[in-house]
Design a binder for this molecule. Structure first.
Ligand code: GSH
Length: 215
């Protein structure tokens, strides 16, 4: 049995959870918060980042690695095409969203979601980077109707859990959702994917986690 470790507000945790649900892989959850000093967490995720998973063979961290493992270990209900090039294109899009959209927008989260601050210079540099990267994203994304084409893939689990955050963070920081501003109308796509049972479970469990009293 796979154990998914982390907490349901984490977008990366929710990407892995959505993949587990879509692939109908039985799993249980272990609550783990970030920056734990607990040896049981650090031995599985050396920087204390979430998510990580426990498998019958041992632990694994880093979301893309976890997704690759799940796809290889549980080939039923595939989320990657059979063709090697088509599968690489799905991974390319997932990587692009993670590295060039979410990871850049993430620099804004302390200021816009957690009451921290960001200098004007850092903010402006972040805006420029996001604008440039969103132009790059437009060259890769299909929305036909799914991000990588006509089938639901791993890249949709990544996009569904990340694009709204990029939109919200940029709107909060710059007064404009930079995705929408660049003509990336991702809202109908989020609505479409949001109708899936996996999305509804992820959303319900995120809401419950947000309502949970702090430890
Ligand atoms: N590269 C990691 C990133 C995971 C990540 O940054 N998770 C956040 C929670 S959404 C976290 O653990 N943050 C705490 C930290 O960076 O110390 C992955 O792909 O899984």
């Amino acid at each position: 049995m796979i154990t998914l470790c982390g907490f349901a507000v984490s977008n990366y945790f929710n990407i892995v959870k959505q993949v587990l649900l879509e692939k109908q892989i039985p799993y249980n959850e272990e609550r783990a918060m970030t920056r734990s000093k607990d040896e049981a967490v650090l031995s599985a995720s050396p920087l204390g980042k979430v998510p990580f998973i426990r498998t019958p063979q041992g632990p694994l961290c880093e979301t893309p690695v976890i997704l690759d493992y799940l796809e290889a270990q549980f080939p039923a209900h595939p989320l990657l095409p059979d063709d090697a090039y088509a599968a690489a294109k799905v991974r390319e899009l997932s990587t692009f969203i993670n590295l060039h959209l979410e990871l850049v927008a993430r620099e804004l989260y302390p200021a816009v979601f957690f009451g921290g601050s960001i200098s004007d210079a850092h903010k402006e540099q972040n805006r420029k980077q996001l604008v440039r990267n969103i132009e790059g994203f437009k060259r890769l994304v299909k929305f036909a109707p799914y991000v990588a084409g006509d089938s639901f893939t791993l890249a949709d689990c990544v996009a569904y859990n990340n694009l709204p955050l990029v939109g919200m963070a940029s709107k909060a920081a710059f007064g404009e959702d930079l995705l929408l501003g660049a003509g990336v109308d991702y809202k109908p796509y989020i609505k479409l994917v949001g109708e899936r049972a996996s999305s509804q479970q992820v959303a319900a469990e995120r809401k419950a986690e947000m309502a949970r009293p702090k430890d």
